[in-house]
Design a protein. Structure first.
Length: 219
């Protein structure tokens, strides 16, 4: 049954991305929300191999992001709602965290965050859009924290989802504030839906813990 839902996500996602016209806007938003609703169903159907708390928080984050998808046409409302969604993911990943993030990964995230802050937020400060610049800085901080916490879980699906989410939002921000990107919508939405599917699927990830004797695995 989960495979059927996953197939429906792919079909409806492709339908929205490649076939649904931009107008009327109301129908466009409705079709955009269907894949997210299916992803929530997929998450609910996924057996929790981490903890029930992790599953509940992830599903709550998916629901908040679905709301954000609907209000993103009012940019600041969408930005704030996605910000809240990332907080849920941060709490979920924190509940499954296992170790400190590797130094090389921390350095890459930090460098990327600083670069995006200077490039994206800096352009808004230069244009006198101080409030928007501060909002962008806050969003960069929360999404990179989400990626940071995902890496700490050592769950491949969670990490893949977080990094795809960062990529999707980066393409959207660059296109909106700096330079036009060809086929932006396809890049943004394919990676966005994939990110949410991976995060939802991470509910079923198997956590491996080690006993005192590391040769003995306790699953």
């Amino acid at each position: 049954m989960r495979n059927i839902v996953l197939t429906a996500i792919i079909i409806m996602g492709a339908l929205y991305i490649f076939l649904i016209p931009p107008d009327p806007v109301g129908f466009k938003i409705f079709m955009k929300l269907i894949p997210m609703a299916l992803i929530i169903i997929f998450a609910a159907m996924t057996p929790s191999l981490i903890s029930h708390t992790y599953k509940r928080i992830i599903i709550a984050g998916l629901f908040i992001c679905m709301i954000a998808d609907g209000v993103i046409y009012w940019f600041m409302a969408g930005l704030i709602t996605f910000f809240i969604g990332h907080l849920f993911y941060i709490f979920a990943f924190n509940s499954a965290s296992r170790k400190h993030i590797p130094k090389w990964a921390a350095s890459l995230l930090l460098l990327y965050g600083v670069g995006m802050a200077i490039w994206i937020a800096g352009s808004q400060f230069a244009n006198g859009e101080s409030i928007l610049g501060v909002a962008i800085l806050a969003y960069i901080a929360v999404i990179l924290t989400m990626g940071w916490m995902a890496i700490r879980t050592q769950l491949k699906l969670a990490i893949s989802g977080a990094l795809l989410f960062i990529f999707s939002d980066s393409v959207l921000a660059i296109d909106r504030f700096v330079v036009d990107i060809p086929y932006r919508d396809a890049f943004v939405m394919v990676t966005y839906y994939a990110a949410q599917v991976f995060i939802a699927a991470s509910i079923g990830s198997r956590v491996v813990k080690y006993s005192v004797n590391r040769n003995n695995l306790i699953r």
